[in-house]
Ligand binder design. Structure first.
Ligand code: CAA
Length: 240
């Protein structure tokens, strides 16, 4: 059954692949983005998927943006909290600003994305929530105290929401991507990236579509008993 889906950070990288996969699965998709107007316009032109601009770190902006999506497309029944940033630095060099930026976007941003749609999902007795966490929330990562904290926090969010939503027909699950060939990973210095790839048994970075595949599976109508789980897709780099 086609439903209305919101994908935050949905016009680039992993989020774009998720938006496209959910559209292909018959859903009506809204993709939010924070700043890159050019990429968003190109994405809409190529895919026909509507984009909306707001900062997930801002609760009021998220609420207003989601209200606009619902006015345009109808009640949001599927939410993919995907928007995320990195501000990598070894801990002794990490600034409070780097800590706060990542917490605000990757962790508070997940709250800001889910909280406005939660009452409607409870009323309608249906919801599908997927949070895009990371392998680095599972294993930690040098220079990512901030990012790893948020991605581990995401797992706590879905495990708690799963318990709260279960009787209301709402599921909440996480996907933990490993290193995927997106702008975020390409921003890592080349030598460091080569070292990372050497640690991936698959011998390569993942493709955004390989993460989107997990999300499409989790948001399906017949995935109602899969709740509070984490799917890892990391080329065998790390096992929980
Ligand atoms: N483990 C142990 N030591 C490491 C290391 C690692 N993984 N990476 C770097 N180091 C060491 C270096 O060898 C160097 O040591 P020396 O001083 O003895 O030579 C030191 O740490 C780095 O010191 P610098 O002063 O050069 O560090 P810097 O302030 O320039 O920061 C960096 C460099 C930001 C850490 C850079 O190396 C970097 O970006 N690393 C990648 C971090 C990473 O993997 N991020 C993941 C991004 S992808 C993502 O987040 C998506 C996802 O979900 C998977």
């Amino acid at each position: 059954m086609g439903r209305v889906a919101l994908v935050t950070g949905g016009s680039r990288g992993i989020g774009a692949a998720i938006s496209v996969a959910l559209k292909a699965a018959g859903h009506t998709v809204a993709a939010s983005y924070a700043g890159n107007d050019e990429a968003a316009a190109k994405f809409t032109a190529e895919t026909g998927i509507k984009t909306y601009k707001w900062d997930v770190a801002d609760y009021e902006a998220s609420k207003a943006g989601i209200a606009q999506v619902e006015a345009d497309l109808g009640p949001v029944e599927i939410v993919v909290a995907n928007a995320g940033i990195t501000r990598d630095a070894p801990f002794h060099k990490m600034t409070p600003e780097q800590w706060k930026a990542v917490i605000d976007t990757n962790l508070t941003g997940v709250f800001n994305t889910i909280h406005p749609v939660w009452p409607g999902m409870r009323e309608r007795k249906f919801g599908r929530i997927v949070v895009i966490s990371s392998i680095n929330g599972q294993k930690g990562q040098f220079a990512q105290v901030n990012y790893a904290a948020t991605k581990a926090g995401d797992l706590g969010i879905v495990k708690s929401l799963a318990q709260e939503g279960a009787r209301a027909g709402i599921t909440a699950n996480a996907v933990c991507p490993g290193y995927i060939g997106t702008d975020m990973v390409m921003a890592v210095p080349e030598k460091v990236r080569e070292g990372i790839i050497a640690q991936i048994p698959a011998g390569r970075l993942g493709e955004p579509e390989e993460i989107a595949r997990c999300v499409a599976f989790l948001v399906a109508d017949d995935a109602g008993f899969i709740n509070g789980s984490t799917i890892s897709a990391n080329g065998a780099q790390f096992f929980v």
